[in-house]
Design a protein around this ligand. Structure first.
Ligand code: SAH
Ligand code: MG
Length: 194
């Protein structure tokens, strides 16, 4: 297992696939352990790294994870098989915004298109158990969210930064949910019902 994880991390580095940073991953797995989380929905599988790490926390954890990119989805399938986790990780190949799920989860982990976080949140909050959590990765977006907007030269990046700021505003002014944003890894938001 250790070897497989090392190999997956190396592959991600070589292919420029933005998997969770070690610090963030450690925060997430400790959180799952501490809160006794069992049913997880992940938006944004990439090649299965974070899904595998979350499933590895405990043998009674089940992860459902959604990926829209076919090449990554196929790579994730392979990786999950190699880790013998196909019984505990369900992969869905589709755009998350087109997926209808009826099950309820202890944790919804949002780690997909950074400009769509509000859409993901609004779509999947109905799948959250009463005392469940929504965790969102990349709230700092590689430090760009903290930068002066005038210093951001890429229009693309600036667009995403503004969307992340909209999401922060949406979370902080939410009447139903309360959120704490941690400066861990690339920035992690932990949301729960008030
Ligand atoms: N959670 C992964 C990393 C995910 S990277 C890990 O840490 O190991 C983000 C992924 O989300 C990309 O592979 C991208 O293809 C996918 N994605 C982006 N928007 C999506 C959407 N609307 N539906 C499904 N997947 C999406
Ligand atoms: Mg991420």
């Amino acid at each position: 297992m250790e070897e497989e994880i090392k190999r997956i991390k190396n592959y991600a580095k070589e292919e420029n696939i933005p998997i969770m940073q070690d610090e963030g991953m450690e925060f997430l797995t400790s959180f799952i352990e501490k809160k006794q989380i069992k049913e997880i929905l992940e938006i944004g599988t990439a090649i299965g790294y974070s899904a595998i790490m979350m499933a590895n926390v405990s043998k009674d954890i089940h992860v459902t994870t959604i990926e829209r990119d076919e090449e990554r989805y196929l790579e994730a399938l392979k990786n999950i098989k190699k880790c013998h986790l196909e019984d505990r990780i369900t992969l869905i190949f589709n755009d998350a915004l087109n997926v209808e799920i009826n099950d309820k989860y202890d944790l919804i982990f949002i780690d997909a298109a950074k400009g769509k976080n509000i859409d993901f949140f609004n779509k999947f909050e109905t799948n959250l158990k009463e005392f469940g959590y929504i965790i969102t990765d990349n709230m700092g977006f590689h430090g760009y969210v903290e930068m002066n907007e005038e210093d951001i030269t890429s229009k693309n990046i600036l667009g995403i930064v503004r969307k992340i700021k909209d999401y922060i505003y949406f979370l902080e002014n939410n009447m139903t949910y309360k959120t704490v944003i941690y400066k861990i890894g690339d920035g992690i938001a932990v949301t729960e019902r008030r």
